[in-house]
Design a protein. Sequence first.
Length: 135
Amino acid sequence: MEELFKQFTSYLASGVEGAAAVIIAFAAVEATWRALQVFFARPAEPDEAKEGVRLRLARWLAVALEFELAADILRTAVAPSWNEIGKLAAIAALRTILNYFLQKEIEQNSQRQRAVSGPSPLQGQAAPGSADVRR
């Protein structure tokens, strides 16, 4: 029974890893397509268009990194030797750092977009019951 469980988990980990590969492949194709559109369409704001392509790809890569980490966790859960646990810790740390910086960049871009487009209709309003001190 234990061997059957190990085999099932191994197949499951391979499937999750395959899903990550598919996500990366589709993201790369989409990014290539969008980059070609930016290149040939020559938008009014080319830097913003390029940044949009790059950040969309970064979002998909962050999702794929999560899938890869899940596959590594599945593999380690079956045969947790100290060597494999150490490798998992190193891989998890690297992927977490990559994800952190990708997310940080995505958030910074979102803040820049909000600053450029101005406040939303609800952002300029005072909370109910509070005094508006703007002059």
